[in-house]
Design a protein around this ligand. Structure first.
Ligand SMILES: NC(=O)c1ccc[n+]([C@@H]2O[C@H](COP(=O)([O-])OP(=O)(O)OC[C@H]3O[C@@H](n4cnc5c(N)ncnc54)[C@H](OP(=O)(O)O)[C@@H]3O)[C@@H](O)[C@H]2O)c1
Length: 431
């Protein structure tokens, strides 16, 4: 039986999970794959740190370079995260002819174009199933199972922390800060939850998915990204009254001319849509291919074991790749169709929430600005209040470009009768 030497970079949540599950299922994997994995080195930052998963002390090193100089190590698994140490390490690993497995979405979203080009030149693959949607095998699915398809759209709930917070704002009426504190107390949110709640963790995953589906690298600066951190429970409540739920939705969509829009932001989706039933920390990807039609993938998007499941699936890929080296480098830059659509040109329906003076003529002023911009209103809600002071006013807007809608919202915000920054969210009806 072949033995495949592995260098494991990182022994945190995911790295130790990979080690633990490789040990637990050693015989099963050997039987299924006809090969054995041998972890030869584990790189960490601190040798003295207590480890919840036991591993022989002799395997540990603080020198990432040791994983590259051992000729018996054919595969390196990068699970250190971040860019500063990971980028030079992955570059050097590819140059050293190692197969690379990584779960690092930030690294691939920011440097994927360079790394995959290098991998192609050196004819050594990069596998990255764990980088998008944790335990859901969406990368292999898009790359292989759906190879026959052109993708009309891919929609994802790709950040479990945000989805947990939104679920609690919807079901328990919590405000953002309380729902975040609860997520932190349950271990669903990091002490520093910035990348989760500002949308960028999900955006990194959407960039990787879009790049893979359309065969050109999407630049992060061209993607519209907004997080859930400015959302109020009023928005969640008004959305519910209108028949919607709010999700941090990753939208990847091709129009008739194959211009691709990629955006990640809080979005109203109909309560009846299958993605509206994705609650708590779960992730889901719902896509439409021209051959397969609609397909849905659901599961745990993070956590030690689900993520390790995806990393081990990539290890299984390396068995095949080592036997037929030129089969796949992990990303095929085909450029057959698709170019990025500027986010200002993307078209959507919108939800616009304003806080306005309770005086006659306010709606007419707002409708006038929208009318002059050629933007139609489909419905209006203004809850009655017996309190003095400004009132919320919610408008549902027909199809408009983001550019025109943002300009109109800015003009409305400048009206004297508008008392706070408007909240503008797209509405996705999946038509
Ligand atoms: N956690 C998840 O559920 C999840 C899901 C999907 C993808 N990912 C991705 O998987 C990667 C790892 O995440 P994680 O949650 O396992 O991170 P983590 O718990 O913070 O673990 C990071 C590990 O890398 C080691 N490390 C960091 N910098 C290093 C350096 N310069 N040299 C050597 N070792 C270094 C750390 O060593 P010490 O232990 O000594 O500090 C630690 O063992 C990230 O890219 C993350 O985005 C995570």
């Amino acid at each position: 039986m072949d033995s495949i030497g592995i260098g494991l970079a990182g022994f945190g949540t995911v790295g130790s999970g990979v080690y633990k599950n490789l040990e637990a299922n050693r015989a099963l994997l050997a039987q299924r794959l006809g090969a054995e994995f041998e972890i030869r080195r584990i790189a960490v930052r601190g040798l003295a740190k207590p480890r919840s998963v036991p591993a022989p002390a002799g395997l540990f090193t603080t020198d990432l370079g040791e994983l590259l100089t051992d000729p018996e190590i054919r595969v390196v698994v990068e699970l250190i995260g971040g860019i500063d140490a990971a980028l030079p390490f992955v570059r050097d690993a590819i140059r050293a002819g190692k197969i690379v497995i990584t779960g690092n979405k930030a690294l691939l979203a920011e440097h994927g174009a360079e790394l995959f080009q290098l991998a192609r030149e050196r004819r050594t693959p990069i596998f990255y199933e764990a980088a998008v949607a944790g335990g859901i095998p969406i990368i292999k699915t898009v790359r292989e199972a759906f190879i026959a398809n052109r993708f009309e759209s891919i929609h994802g709930i790709l950040n479990g922390t945000s989805n947990y917070i939104l679920t609690r704002m919807t079901d328990a009426g919590l405000d953002f800060a309380d729902a975040l504190a609860e997520a932190q107390s349950l271990g669903y949110a990091e002490a520093d939850p910035t990348l989760d709640v500002n949308g960028w963790d999900a955006a990194h995953k959407a960039i990787i998915l879009a790049s893979l589906a359309y065969g050109f690298w999407v630049r992060s600066e061209d993607v519209y990204v907004a997080g859930i951190d400015r959302l109020t429970r009023d928005d969640v409540k008004f959305a519910a009254q209108l028949g919607y739920v709010v999700k941090l939705l990753s939208t990847i969509k091709a129009d008739a001319s194959s211009a691709i829009e990629v955006r990640v932001c809080p979005t109203l989706i109909p309560k009846s849509h299958v993605l509206a039933s994705v609650h708590g920390v779960f992730n889901a990807v719902w896509l439409r291919g021209d051959v397969v039609g609609e397909a849905l993938f659901y599961g745990r998007g993070a956590g030690q074991d689900p993520t390790a499941s995806s990393v081990i699936a990539d290890l299984a890929e390396t068995v095949v790749a080592l036997k037929s080296p030129r089969r796949c480098y992990g990303f095929t830059s085909h450029d057959l169709y698709g170019k990025l659509k500027p986010s200002e040109d993307a078209v959507s329906q919108f939800y616009l929430r304003l806080l306005v003076d309770d005086t006659p003529g306010v709606l007419a002023q707002i409708a006038g600005i929208l009318g002059d911009a050629g933007i139609g209103i489909s419905s209006v809600i203004q809850p009655e209040s017996h309190e003095p002071g400004p009132l919320p006013l919610v408008l549902m807007i027909h199809d408009a470009t983001f550019g025109r809608m943002r300009a109109a919202a800015a003009e409305i915000a400048a009206l004297g009768c508008v008392k706070a920054e408007p909240t503008l969210l797209p509405v996705e009806n999946f038509t």
